[in-house]
Design a binder for this molecule. Sequence first.
Ligand SMILES: [Zn+2]
Length: 222
Amino acid sequence: MRSIPRASAFWNSFCEGLASLAYPPKCTLCGVAGLPAICEECRTGFPAADRLEDLGEGLLVWAAFRYDGRAAQSVKRLKYERATALGRPMAELLVASWRQSGLAEPDAVVPVPIHFLRRCSRGFNQSELLAEGFERRLVRPELLRRVRPTRPQVGLSREQRSRNLVGAFRASPAVAGLSVLLVDDVLTGGFTMRECANTLLEAGAANVAGLVFCVEEPATGG
Ligand SMILES: [Zn+2]
């Protein structure tokens, strides 16, 4: 019976081979064929941020890139054009940047949740894909849920943005005592990160830090 796993591995690679004939691999950003999902040239167009943003009240967020150039393009492609092939290479870039932060290893990595209805229409949560660069045992999306749909933060005043998110999230009691790293795609005004952190801390998290793929400058949204 030992031949069965080998046979299925053969069929898997055979099917992958057929798929790559039908859909030749290409860079998701520039479209050049025969390259990984993010080619080397596009990779050089990701403007590094590699810095800690201090959101106040002890909340530090590590930003990997500035929301510009190929980095901004990759976020938009992933989120709005469902280019999920970008998820894995973006997650790897995000973790590589995080390793430079010098911050302590978290007990749990928690993607900023989107509401169930938005997940149904988009088909995935981009922040969950970005968290996949961490060890699987650390990634705990079940610890934080978005229990209320919210209006998009763009175009709202500071006060409206802050109020828009109140009560939008609910944390699991299982977060008690854990050191949590929140992961999101873009940091704009920091309101979403702040509200998520407060929700986790109120549920007993020992401490919360953030990690974002891009930071928008100047801060304008959510
Ligand atoms: Zn490219």
